[in-house]
Design a binder for this molecule. Structure first.
Ligand code: S3P
Length: 457
């Protein structure tokens, strides 16, 4: 079962050239934050381009449960009447965050310094994921949590009645941990400081500044030191959500591996804390260009043009780049299967605690499809070949488990577009969490995606 819907077995058949324009939906990370910060400000925040994927819809529902008024005014257009920092009401229902680690972790942070209790749950994937990385720093503010073993969901969080500010060094490179601490720091008096050794996505910092909080970031020998002054009055904003680079990755990578393809993906956010995949692909020799570079809402934005690239070579991806492309390793491994030689991905143990163990999930499916993959606790390698048909390469002809993980499902469906034989996934339902228009968008470019029931009929 998917988070909120039926199981949807899907098959991707080898297809002809992918061509045309791919308008991918709004950024998931920014969409969650727009709703949460809107709920914590005083007055009406207006959002356009919100991702209407299930993860974000679950966050919208949660914000209503905490007392904000959240209204959908049309496609991608939403308004949030906030309750102000410290104004959250105690929900009278369990908060179900579905599949979303970002949703539950940021919301826990946002409520942790208010004198209310809330119980959080999610789907089978989310309820397996580690939450101590959030509840440990929230305890320093004075919040108490009661969860299952290992701090897992379902979990009840009791917010601090008299929160104290915190100085916290994140033990793992995680924007979710950083953001949870900063959101908790909003309702603590004085200055909350988060130190991260490696830069992770900085949307929370940028947006907090936009909402009027006093927040600074200093690059020091310790790492990035982010200082937030607590108890601001956040001012409502008009937010235009840029298109999601993590969703753009799928049509871009598909175009690189399907012969004859030429695809334009317009208006993609190229925030340096998110754009690592695109630089990696260029280093592999991909015909990927950034056109019409511009700035929108304080973020670098470009139109991405990707053309079939039969000359790509495997590379060693710099480990220090991992945080800026952490969600893109599954689809990179698919591209690596069609690049000559070995692609080495190190320093990626966080991949093992995403919506699924993404190294294990991809390695199993890729091996079954004829690709050589090796892996260890925090690394993996993919040995690829651009050869087609009888010459070897990616045979396909397999059904892969998506493990309730949208990015695993989409990655294997892209694999099927360029493999010798079709590739199926047991459940494409989770794709709706982040990229609800994936099927029509990819089909519009020329992909041959079928829901398996339709094939059988
Ligand atoms: C996200 C941060 C990343 C990423 C996730 C979205 C965010 O997780 O994998 O999809 O919006 O902050 P971690 O912060 O746990 O690495």
């Amino acid at each position: 079962m998917s988070a909120h819907g039926p199981t949807i077995p899907m098959t991707s058949h080898p297809c002809g050239a992918l061509t045309g324009e791919a308008e991918v939906p709004g950024d998931k990370s920014i969409s969650h934050r727009a709703l949460i910060l809107g709920a914590l400000s005083v007055g009406e925040t207006r959002i356009t381009g919100l991702l209407e994927g299930q993860d974000v819809l679950d966050t919208a529902k949660a914000m209503r449960a905490f007392g904000a008024t959240v209204i959908n005014d049309g496609p991608g257009a939403w308004t949030v009447q906030g309750v102000g920092v410290g104004g959250f009401a105690e929900p009278d229902q369990v908060i179900d965050c579905g599949n979303s680690g970002t949703g539950v972790r940021l919301i826990m942070g946002a409520m942790a310094t208010s004198p209310i209790a809330a119980t959080f749950t999610g789907d089978a994937s989310l309820n397996k994921r580690p939450m101590a990385r959030i509840t440990d720093p929230l305890a320093l503010f004075g919040a108490a949590s009661h969860g299952r073993s290992g701090g897992r969901l379902p979990l009840t969080l009791v917010g601090a009645a008299d929160p104290v500010p915190v100085r916290y060094t994140t033990p793992v490179p995680s924007a979710q941990v950083k953001s949870a601490v900063l959101l908790a720091g909003l309702n603590a008096p004085g200055q909350t400081v988060v130190i991260e050794k490696e830069a992770t996505r900085d949307h929370t910092e940028r947006m907090l500044e936009g909402f009027g909080a006093e927040i600074t970031t200093d690059e020091t020998d310790e790492g990035r030191v982010i200082t937030l002054t607590g108890q601001p009055e956040l001012k409502p904003q008009d937010i235009t959500v840029p298109r999601d680079p993590s969703s753009a990755a799928f049509p871009v990578c598909a175009a690189l591996i399907v012969p004859g393809s030429d695809v334009l993906v317009p208006g993609i956010g190229l925030n340096p804390t998110r754009a690592g995949l695109f630089y990696t692909l260029q280093e592999m020799g991909a015909d990927l260009t950034f056109e019409n570079m511009r700035e929108e809402g304080g973020e670098p934005v470009a139109d991405l043009r990707a053309r079939y690239s039969p000359e790509m070579k495997g590379i060693a991806v710099p480990p220090e780049r991992a945080a800026s492309m952490i969600d893109e390793y599954p689809i990179l491994s698919v591209v690596a299967a069609f690049a000559e030689g070995q692609t080495v991905m190190k320093g990626v143990k966080e991949l093992r605690v995403k919506e699924s163990d993404r190294i294990e999930a991809m390695a199993t499916g890729l091996r079954a499809a004829g690709v050589t993959v090796e892996d260890g606790p925090d690394w993996w390698t993919v040995t690829g070949s651009p050869k087609r048909g009888n010459e070897g390469g990616v045979t396909g002809g397999v059904t892969c488990a998506s493990h309730l993980d949208h990015r695993i499902a989409m990655s294997f469906l892209i694999l099927g577009m360029a493999a010798d034989q079709p590739v199926s996934v047991d459940d494409g339902g989770p794709i709706a969490t982040s990229f609800p228009i994936f099927e029509p968008l990819m089909s519009g470019l020329g992909a041959d995606l079928r829901r398996t029931e339709e094939v059988a009929a």
